[in-house]
Design a protein around this ligand. Sequence first.
Ligand SMILES: Nc1ccn([C@@H]2O[C@H](COP(=O)(O)OP(=O)(O)OP(=O)(O)O)[C@@H](O)[C@H]2O)c(=O)n1
Length: 446
Amino acid sequence: MKNVIPQDIAEVLDKLSGSGYEAWCVGGCVRDMLLGADPQDWDVTTSALPEQVERIFPGRTIPTGVKHGTVTVLSGVRGIEVTTFRRDGAYLDGRHPEQVTFTASLREDLARRDFTVNAMAMGVDGTIVDCWGGREDLSRGILRCVGEADRRFEEDALRIMRALRFAAVLGFTIEQETSDSLRRSRQRLRAIAAERIYAEFTKLICGKHMAPILREYPDVLAVFLPEIAPMVGFDQRNPHHCYDLWEHTIRAMEAVPPEAVLRYTMLLHDVGKVKSFTVDEKGVGHFYGHPQLSREMGDAIARRLKMDNERRELILTLVEWHDRVIPRTEKGVARALRKLGEERFRLLIQVKRADNLAQASQVFQKEIDRLEEIWANLAAQSRCFSLRQLAVNGRDLMELGYRGEEIGRELERLLDLVVDGAKANDRRELLDIARRRKGGAKGSTF
Ligand SMILES: Nc1ccn([C@@H]2O[C@H](COP(=O)(O)OP(=O)(O)OP(=O)(O)O)[C@@H](O)[C@H]2O)c(=O)n1
């Protein structure tokens, strides 16, 4: 199996063992390799102490985490994390154990790791060291803690999220004791930094097999997303819905491609429904203003997760628009395209389709098809929806005598006319209109 370890990693392993130390690839790279996937990162574990690693690779190391035994060895285009065999105490922040003790035993180093499938080592010749049945768990698709599950989650609560993420990405079943333990330990997630939860949760919801995990562990997710709890079992009082709100949400998430923006949009699209639900005097239920409320609640969630501003804004716009009726006319679609821009409009169509697909009867399909049809027609006519596409620009208006803010205002007015189809996107014609509005100002040569 030697040839599967990249050349530069093999060189690091060889150098370490040539200097009399043990050296192995370990963790995620071994797991991914055995799964037939291309590992992203290669981590090396060794019996050499950090100073010894530094001596073996003079001028090629960065002391990334010497306290924790990690030295990065620069090798060609990348850095390889080389960590001394260690026993860990409790983790501080889901990444770094508070106290580490170096050890000469590979077995002890493997024993500190989270899951059996992540606790295997591989030598340069392809030898696998697997003390806890990681290989068998891999082939059976089982995620299981190494040793005592409660202790593993106590040491590092981020492992709760890692367990759900690995299961969602790999399609693995979480073994019963591990599952019971992570559920029992879920409140420990409160101690984990939001950024770390967000990173794991994003991978989780983009996982190919996320649906069964979301279905099975809403109580765990509700520790950092309490908005989920009332969605479970919430009857939507809507003839098009035969699922509770949480199941509808999961199905809507499944119906979009595994991209973070789309998955988060579907996760949040109805999050305001429970709170906005009211029953009128005739006993009929209504969801007053729910897209706006979903936007507000989504905003709080996105901020809690420390999502970046650009992604948050995009998701919230889609949440707010998902239920908005876009008139099925050229003017209606053109106006929506103008407000959203083509890229967001494209995403909105995907969102609307997913929402519709996740209902019992797909009553909105024809409407959505029609919106797309109109959009295609507009595109075929090369219709203009943005200032960028408008046949005149600010400089043209300056030549007509426009100054300062009136330039922007006039451009918007001209764009309105073009988007609504009242005027063609014709340079001469638009300049004439602008000139007339300026009261025949001089300066144009057109
Ligand atoms: N909270 C953690 C984080 C990591 N590890 C161990 O450290 C290895 C490397 O961790 P990391 O690079 O974070 O994850 P990978 O398992 O490599 O997976 P991925 O790259 O997909 O995140 C893991 O395989 C596991 O053995 C652990 O025991 N507990």
